[in-house]
Design a protein around this ligand. Structure first.
Ligand code: SF4
Length: 67
């Protein structure tokens, strides 16, 4: 099984913050712009499902999870 890899498109992000609420160990928001900051390109411990949920619920479809 290949490792999960996350990407976040900061250009597309509309700073809604859902991803941070769902997976705060994996996503953060820029303090000034509110856009997504990817803390790691793999889910933090225990956040695998939350990261996939974030991909599905991001209103800008800015999150991609592969693998
Ligand atoms: S859920 Fe999507 S639009 Fe909202 S902050 Fe995260 S990446 Fe940006």
């Amino acid at each position: 099984m290949s490792p999960v890899k996350i990407t976040a498109d900061t250009e597309a992000c509309v700073a809604s913050g859902q991803c941070v609420l769902l997976a705060p160990g994996t996503f953060d928001q820029d303090e000034e712009t509110g856009t997504v900051v990817l803390l790691a390109d793999q889910p933090a411990a225990g956040e695998d499902d939350a990261v996939r949920q974030a991909e599905l619920t991001c209103p800008a479809a800015a999150i991609r999870v592969t693998g």
